[in-house]
Design a protein around this ligand. Sequence first.
Ligand code: ADP
Ligand code: MG
Length: 461
Amino acid sequence: MLTGDSVLLADHWTEACKELRKKLGNAAFKSWIKPLSPSHYNDDSSGVIIIAPSRFIKDWVCNNYVEQIRSVLAGIDSRVEDLEIVISDGSSLSSLPEVTSCENFEANKPNSVSEFTENLSSKLDEHLTFDSFVVGKSNELAYAAARRVAEADSVVFNPLFIYGGVGLGKTHLMHAIAWYIKKATPWRKVAYISAEKFMYRFVKAVRFRDTVAFKEQFRSVDVLMVDDIQFICGKESTQEEFFHTFNSLVGNNRQIIISADKSPSDLEGMEERMKSRLGWGLVADIHPANYELRLSILQVKAQLLKVNVSKEVLEFLAHKITSNIREMEGALNRVVASSTLMGGEEITIEMTQRVLKDLLRANSKKLTVEDIQRKVADHYSIRLSDIHSPRRNISIARPRQVAMYFAKQLTVTSLPEIGRKFGGRDHTTVIHAVKKIEELILTKPEVAEDVRLLRCMLERD
Ligand code: ADP
Ligand code: MG
C-alpha cells in the first residue's frame, strides 16, 4: 500500500467518524465504530478494508452499520464503492487475520444461532443467573471475574478459569455468564458443555469418522464454556483435541471459560502444556461459604421456592449443613417438599430435624469439649491451662463459662462429664455457667457478639 494512500485513508476515516458519530449517536458510535480502524484500499481503490478488534464487533457492524459506513465514506471519497471488514488478531498464536467478508456472515445470521446452540450446547438452567447468585467473601473474586467476562464485548482474559470444591457454585456462575451473553448479544454463539459431554462427542465423531465437522463446530463458537474440565484428566486423545480447539479459539480472540475442581497446576493427569494454557488468563477460586453466606443463600432459595420458612429454620440449616451449598439447598427442598406432602405441615426446627435425620447425622461434626476449650482460650487470649485452673478472676472465669456453655450446646457430653473436663468441677457449676451466659447474651451486646463469633468459628471447622 502506498504511504500517501494510507494517510489519505486515515484522513477520510477521521472525517467519516465525525459524520457517523452525528448519525448514530454517541453511544452506538463508541461501541461499534470507534473500535474500528481503517487498514487499506484494495487494488483499484474501489474498496476499503476496515479492521475490527473482535469477531463480535465485526459481525455486529456487518449486520447493522456497514451500509451507513459505506455511504458516508463514498460521500467523502467518491472512488469507494465497497467495504470489507476483517478481524484483527492480536494473539501470538496465529499471525494471520481471519478474513471473512460480510457476505459470509449472512449464512451465520442470528436465526441460525439458536439452531447452532441446540446442537452443540447443553441446556441452561433458567434459575442459574447472576441475579440469583449470592456474593460473599468466599466467591467474590470468581463472581467479579465472571461478570467482567460476561459484560465485556471483547476478550478480557483468556481463559477464565474458575475452580473450587463440589457444590460451591461453579456451574451456577457458568450458566449465569452464558445467560448474560445470550441476552446482551444474542448473535454470539455461546457453547456451554461439560467436559464429559465434550469427550463423548469427540469419541463419537472419531467413531463415525466425522472429526472434521466436530472441529469446525467447536472452532466456530464465540464463547466456549467447558464445565468440570478435570473429567478429561488422563484422557489423552480428548485432551489433545481440546488443546487444539483451545489454541484455535484463543488465536481467534474468542472467549474461553473453564471450570474445575482444582487449580490448573493441581490437575493430575492433565498434560503439562494444557495445564500451562489453562493458567494463562485469570484463575479464580471459590472457597466454602461461611455461615453468613450460607444463610443468605438459603433466604434467596426460599424466596425462589415461594415459601415462607422461618428465620430460625433457615439459621438451623445454615448451621448444620456446612459441607456444600448443593447439599444445603437439597435439604431445604426436602423440608419444603415434605411440608407440602403433609398438607402444609408447619416447618419448625423439630419437623426439620425429623425430615433430615440422616443428613444431619452425616453432617454432624465431632466437635469435642477439648476443641471448644482450645478455641475459646484462643479467642480470649488466655492459656488453655487457665480454663482448667481454679482461678476465679473474671478475665478467666468468663471465658471458662463461655466454653462450658458451648460444651453443653454443641456436644452431646453430659453435664457431670463437662464438669470433669473443666478441672473436676461439679455439674451444678456447669448449669450455673450456661444460665449466666444465656443471661449475658441478652443483656450484654459484647458477650452476644463474642458468642456469635465463636459459634461461627466452632461450627465452621
Ligand atoms: P458446582 O458446579 O460448583 O459443583 P453448582 O453451581 O452446581 O456447584 O451449585 C450447587 C447449587 O448451589 C446450585 O443449585 C446453585 O444454585 C447453588 N449455589 C451455589 N453457590 C451459590 C450462590 N453463591 N448463590 C446462590 N446459589 C448458589
Ligand atoms: Mg458443577
